[in-house]
Design a protein around this ligand. Structure first.
Ligand code: PXG
Length: 442
């Protein structure tokens, strides 16, 4: 431990940190130096309970032996293989393993390095698919207000988080947005899927009428909106989106970067809700967050449409230097082994009712105006301080960290998504910590 402490840098200026209040952080750093299972170790040698699976990605918990071992072995065997016009066995093995988990008829996987790249890849596949079918007039993309689809230009264009969009010019053209589904007046403190709001899916019909449905290529939504503060889809909402897309020949993309790999207690939200999209984007839990990697699943018909023309020609002009990187594939295989051998998706489903009860026990805690949950995802929405939005939640985040719990906040919402190995005692500890912190903050 002493070596780790000595290695903590004392000059923090050079690193421009992502999505971070840099000056606040550098004045008062929060530094992790180790992790295991449900806990991080801080530079001052405290244990911090991981209430967020890192950033919604460490679904199997930290430093799991099968993953660590897979990386160690792979690094000494095949460090890199060119991603274009060459292959290596683990990339194919992994694709087959992934397809075994995916909804029926989605038997093809395109590799990326992140959720943002998965989203931009999916949007490009959707546009190129319509072109390949001779329906190139379909160029419009529909996202949703408050949607988060990563930070690349495609993703922020279809995304609906204003702060992530407003500084970046014209973005993609031909994009429109569905309304978000947050209806606190009607649905506050709902356990699981809310009763009200399925009719908001009908806005897709209105948008299609406005633009002419034959110009719309794809609709992209998070089945459960994560980053914006956990918005659970109203009962029947996703089914309605599917029906409208089918009616007009529009592709439905589920962005499952958060919901993928067991977060709801099923491999994907598509199975949890029993709604089949045409394309699924994933990342995060694919490698347990350990090595960057994403994967985009496509329906067979989409894939097969590309497999045309002379065989020596590249069918889809897209890919990354690190698509299917051997280290990432080995990590993903170790991760899938861990999920399977430890029964973690089932575990998430079994633990979900306890999680729900524990979360909703905070209904009478100070400042709380709504609580939402599904699977092992939860959100506690706070009344903002008048004139200082986000301040209360940020203070709660800092205090919780000081008390030994890692939570996430977005706006004035606390978002929670523990590793799927979480025990009831951890859940109790997390809720106790949050209750105390809410009592203390302004
Ligand atoms: N789509 C969705 C639905 C996401 O949640 C991305 C795409 C982008 O993934 P990458 O790997 O490019 O970051 C995400 C990422 C948070 C939080 O606390 C959420 C994300 C990332 C970091 C923090 O809400 N989501």
């Amino acid at each position: 431990m002493s070596n780790r402490l000595a290695a903590t840098p004392n000059d923090l200026r050079a690193f421009w940190m992502p999505f971070t209040a840099n000056r606040q952080f550098k004045a008062s750093p929060r530094m992790f130096v180790a992790a295991e299972g449900m806990h991080f170790t801080t530079a001052d040698n405290r244990q911090v309970l991981d209430g967020t699976a890192g950033l919604w990605c460490v679904n199997a918990g930290h430093c799991r032996p099968k993953i660590t071992e897979a990386i160690r072995e792979q690094a000494g065997e095949l460090d890199y293989a060119p991603a274009f016009q060459m292959g290596h066995p683990k990339a194919f093995e992994l694709a087959n393993r992934l397809v075994d988990l995916s909804p029926e008829g989605m038997d093809h996987v395109f590799y990326t390095n992140s959720g943002s790249e998965s989203v931009d890849t999916a949007l490009k596949i959707a546009l190129a698919y319509h072109r390949a079918r001779g329906d190139g007039a379909r160029f419009r993309l529909i996202g949703r207000e408050r949607g988060y689809h990563g930070v690349n230009f495609g993703g922020i264009s279809v995304g609906g988080i204003v702060a992530n969009r407003k500084l970046f010019g014209t973005l993609l053209t031909g994009v429109d947005h569905l309304p978000h589904t947050h209806l606190p007046g009607k649905n506050a403190f709902t356990r699981g899927e809310p009763e009200h709001g399925a009719d908001l899916a009908d806005e897709l019909e209105r948008i299609c009428t406005l633009h002419d449905p034959s110009t719309v290529a794809a609709v992209i939504v998070e089945p459960v909106a994560g980053s914006t503060g956990v918005l659970i889809p109203p009962k029947g909402y996703l089914q309605r989106l599917r029906a409208i897309c089918d009616k007009h020949g529009i592709l439905l993309i589920f962005d499952e970067v958060i919901t993928g790999y067991g977060r709801l207690g099923a491999p994907f939200a598509a199975q949890f809700f029993d709604v089949k999209p045409d394309i699924i984007t994933t990342a995060k839990g694919l490698t347990n967050g350990v090595i960057p990697m994403g994967a985009v699943f496509v329906k067979n018909e989409i894939h097969d449409t590309f497999m045309d023309g002379p065989e020596h020609l590249i069918e889809f002009f897209h890919g990354y230097t690190y698509s299917g990187n051997p280290m990432a594939c080995a990590t993903a295989l170790g991760t899938l082994d861990t999920y399977r051998d430890d029964g973690l998706f089932e575990r998430a489903a079994d633990m979900a009712p306890y999680w729900e009860d524990a979360l909703h026990s905070l209904k009478d805690a100070k400042h709380v105006i709504d609580i939402r949950n599904l699977g092992l995802v939860g959100a506690i929405e706070l009344e903002p301080i008048a004139g200082a939005p986000t301040k209360r939640a940020f203070s709660a985040f800092v205090r919780a960290y000081e008390k030994g719990c890692l939570i996430r906040t977005t706006g004035d919402i606390i978002a929670l998504s523990p590793p799927l190995i979480v025990e009831k005692t951890h859940i109790d500890e997390l809720m106790d910590c949050i209750r105390t912190v809410l009592d203390e903050v302004e």
